[in-house]
Design a protein around this ligand. Structure first.
Ligand SMILES: Cc1cc2nc3c(=O)[nH]c(=O)nc-3n(C[C@H](O)[C@H](O)[C@H](O)COP(=O)(O)O)c2cc1C
Length: 162
């Protein structure tokens, strides 16, 4: 019960997706409480404002994420994205977060590679703390965060359902 109260008073909710476990490792390193999107049952209602942490793959591998985002009011409650990827993919680095951002007009709060390094852990915890202090479940007083400079060109848009 105490744990529940602490999370809801101090912290914006988090959802994440992982296929090979790197994003999960990153979440574990931060120690943050987060909902894992489950391929067997992606439909889960967050019911409050949240940020989504997700890796990057081709669109056809992200069906669970699309099913999750489009479930009930999850799209409305999504306030920010943290994109994980691998810079070896060059222009396609963090393509999934970039596409969702461009399609749904959701800010990208941070981009990182694989399971992140200690700087990424520190930065993301800071971002979550800032958002927690500026987010209420009733209002839209979300802290505005600039897009990273490196967002680059989005070569194509997938059909993330509106
Ligand atoms: C088949 C495959 C495709 C990938 N495509 C991309 C990509 O387009 N852009 C990118 O930045 N990273 C890409 N990656 C790297 C993953 O996004 C990265 O390793 C991520 O940390 C994996 O997260 P996960 O282990 O939580 O699934 C790809 C990896 C694989 C195996």
């Amino acid at each position: 019960m105490f744990y529940y109260l602490v999370r809801h008073v101090n912290m914006v909710a988090i959802a994440y997706y992982t296929i090979t476990g790197q994003t999960e490792q990153f979440i574990n390193k931060t120690g943050l409480v987060a909902h894992k999107i489950d391929d067997m049952k992606p439909e889960y209602q967050m019911g409050e404002k949240y940020i989504l942490v997700l890796p990057s793959y081709q669109d056809f591998m992200m069906d669970s994420v699309v099913d999750f985002i489009t479930y009930k009011d999850n799209k409305k409650n999504l306030i920010g994205l943290i994109g994980c990827g691998n810079r070896n993919f060059n222009d396609l680095f963090a393509q999934t977060a970039k596409k969702i951002s461009a399609t749904l007009n959701i800010p990208i709060l941070y981009l990182l590679e694989l399971s992140g390094n200690s700087t990424d852990v520190k930065n993301v915890k800071q971002i979550i703390n800032n958002l927690s202090q500026n987010t209420s479940n009733s209002g839209n007083d979300v802290k505005k965060v600039n897009r990273p400079n490196e967002i680059g060109n989005i070569s194509f848009l997938s059909d993330y359902r509106q």
